[in-house]
Each structure stands twice: as C-alpha cells, then as structure tokens.
Design a protein around this ligand. Sequence first.
Ligand SMILES: Nc1ncnc2c1ncn2[C@@H]1O[C@H](COP(=O)(O)OP(=O)(O)OP(=O)(O)O)[C@@H](O)[C@H]1O
Ligand SMILES: [Mg+2]
Length: 263
Amino acid sequence: MSSENGAILALDRVSVSFGGLLAVSDFDFTIRKGELVGLIGPNGAGKTTVFNIITGQYEPVSGKVFFRGQDITGWRPDRVTRAGIARTFQNMRLFEDLTVLDNVLVAQHCRLRSSMLAAALNLPSYVKEEGLARQKAMKVLDRVGLAELAHTQAGSLPYGQQRRVEIARALATDPEVLLLDEPAAGMNPEETARLMEFICRVRDEFGLTILLIEHDMKLVMGICERIRVIDYGMSIAEGTPLEIQGNPKVISAYLGEEGNGYA
Ligand SMILES: Nc1ncnc2c1ncn2[C@@H]1O[C@H](COP(=O)(O)OP(=O)(O)OP(=O)(O)O)[C@@H](O)[C@H]1O
Ligand SMILES: [Mg+2]
C-alpha cells in the first residue's frame, strides 16, 4: 500500500500501550521521499514513542509500519537501521570517552560483514574492512564539516558539536530516512540557528528524508515543509507551518501546558 504517492515511510493505524495505557493510538502517518517533516506535540504526547515504533524499539499492539512499501513491523532495531532508517536520541548517546571518529565507527558496525571472531583474531579480511570503515567515517565527518574534530574526545566538545557528531554517526549507517529526536534541546538561539542550516544542508547533500521532533517552534516552523501534531497519542492536526500556527486545536493543546513557548 504505502509506496503509492511516493511514500517512503508509512504508519498504518499504529497503537502502542504501556500497562494498558495507549501512548500512541491509531496513528496514521505518511512521509514522502525527500520531505522534511516535523512531529510536534506537548510533553508526553507520544512523539518519541512514534520513533521507537518506526525503529523497532517498541512493537505496536496493532497497526503496521511500512518502509519503501515493505512491512517492517516488528523488525529488530539493527535490521531497521540496515534497511535504511537511522535516528538520533532525545538524550544523547555518544560514547564520551571515545573520539569523534570512533563514535562514528561504532555506528557502522551494523554494516560490517566480518564476524566477531575475525575481529578478535585481527584477520586480514577484518583489517581491510575496518580500514574501509575508517575511510568512510572520515568521509562522512568531512562532508558534515567535522573532520578537524575526528581525533577529539567526543565528551570534551561543546554541546552543539556533540549533537552534530550524533547526526554524523546516524549518517554513517547510510540511511535514506533520518529521524531526529529534539536535536536542538539545550541549545542557545545561535546554536539552534546553525543547527537549522546544518539539517537542511545534510538533507540536500545526502538526499535524505527527515522526520524531526522538536519543541523549538522557530526551528520547526523555519525548516519543515509539513508538520504533524500529536496530543495524548492521537493525531490532532497536520499542515504547513502557517496552517499549524493558526490551528485552534494545536493552540489549545499547547496552552494546556502553559503555552510552552509556542508563538
Ligand atoms: N517504556 C515506557 N514505559 C512506560 N510508559 C512509557 C514508556 N515510554 C513512553 N511512555 C509513556 O508514553 C507517553 C508518551 O511518551 P513519549 O516519550 O513518546 O512522549 P514525547 O511526546 O516524546 O514527550 P517529550 O516531549 O517529553 O519527549 C508518556 O505518557 C510516557 O510516560
Ligand atoms: Mg520525547
């Protein structure tokens, strides 16, 4: 069903429940190739849960997930990554003690073919593959403007740079779809502005489809072509940034939580 209209990713009436409570309920969502779509909603609305359904962290109690027309419901996260969907996390998951380069290399292991044994024995096949992985990681870092930081310890970087490393790490898995969960959280307005540019550039350079969860309305409204709004696990609106800004249902969902900086 879902490859019609150029859909690359589609959720078909997906529901997830935690202890009987529906965190996401009958959620339909279609994303077309090349789009940059925002997913917004108040705290606890179910945004991250939608990501966790797509990437296989949670299996829905009902409904299906399609990627390029293929049913990927219930696939394990590493299989979803290999298929071409990468993500970043709301709480950053960098290995702070490792270098930037090693953080990116770790992500690529989902694509390495050598066995653990070959790696442990340092067999030529592994050495070659590892060398190629390194070259590729460097290339990704270069393309996103982080090559100079390759040998810097990730934990020593300013927060905004760490977020970029996380995105670079996701890019190293060769995704077609990139899911970003609150990439601007904790950033100051200047860092956020630079991140907006960065996300747009990455989309164009890597030919990606991007789904973005973000509380920073300036960022979402500034770069997304289409925005979906979720509240209490249910879809309440979808439209262009302008349509969403003026939607009374959206405004009242946000006012319910003291405005939340929504303007
Ligand atoms: N693993 C889990 N176990 C139990 N409840 C969960 C779990 N994950 C999410 N929930 C609940 O599901 C609901 C949706 O959570 P989710 O993290 O998807 O919200 P969110 O929209 O990402 O919120 P935020 O903006 O705060 O990140 C919340 O009520 C949350 O407490
Ligand atoms: Mg969340």
